[in-house]
Design a binder for this molecule. Sequence first.
Ligand SMILES: CC(C)(COP(=O)(O)OP(=O)(O)OC[C@H]1O[C@@H](n2cnc3c(N)ncnc32)[C@H](O)[C@@H]1OP(=O)(O)O)[C@@H](O)C(=O)NCCC(=O)NCCS
Length: 192
Amino acid sequence: MALDASWVDGDDSNLQPEELRAVARANPERQAEFATGRRIARRLLAAWGLPPIAIGVGPLREPLWPPGVFGSIAHAGKLCSVALSRRLPLGIDLEFAQPLERDVYEEIVNASERSGAPLGSLTTTALFCAKECFQKARTFHARRWFEFREVSAVEIAEVGDAWRLELSGPAGIPALRVCAARAGNFLVAAGF
Ligand SMILES: CC(C)(COP(=O)(O)OP(=O)(O)OC[C@H]1O[C@@H](n2cnc3c(N)ncnc32)[C@H](O)[C@@H]1OP(=O)(O)O)[C@@H](O)C(=O)NCCC(=O)NCCS
């Protein structure tokens, strides 16, 4: 696995024509975060000896990786992170390290998860990150969006400023094990 992160700097000179087309109508902030993800991804691919190919955008907004590579991209604020694997589909997510607001909580956290992730706790955000990781990693298997109610945590364990979670989804979709941790103002999660 390879992982790197960078601050978004607004330099989109690295984008290739196919990528430029994908964000042509986006606002400058969105173009900048997209470009940062592609720049980090190409840096990681180069470290594996792979060429600096375009990383297109699939029908579900997923990044299109070269054959034999799985990857995931996340943004929060001005931070961007990319993780790659040569073995398994994976998902990463970044959020600000603050508990979910009540309305988001009610939408994201299922009744069965509420004792393990009580309103007002940072565990709620770890669970949200884990569900975003589930979407990103399991798009590869399902080729569709999931509803939040389709995916439930079967394990939520808090260990200091970190969490271990396991998420189970619809029949036929592999469970996802996620590690989440606080890193300064951010909460970062990754799952296979
Ligand atoms: C897809 C989604 C998870 C992305 O999360 P986000 O908070 O909007 O944004 P993030 O910065 O965390 O991630 C964005 C990156 O995710 C990746 N991404 C977007 N859609 C994706 C998908 N379907 N599969 C895999 N990766 C995807 C892209 O690389 C994108 O960055 P880029 O456009 O610069 O390449 C989110 O937009 C979403 O729609 N969630 C609702 C569906 C969902 O999460 N269901 C979960 C049920 S358990």
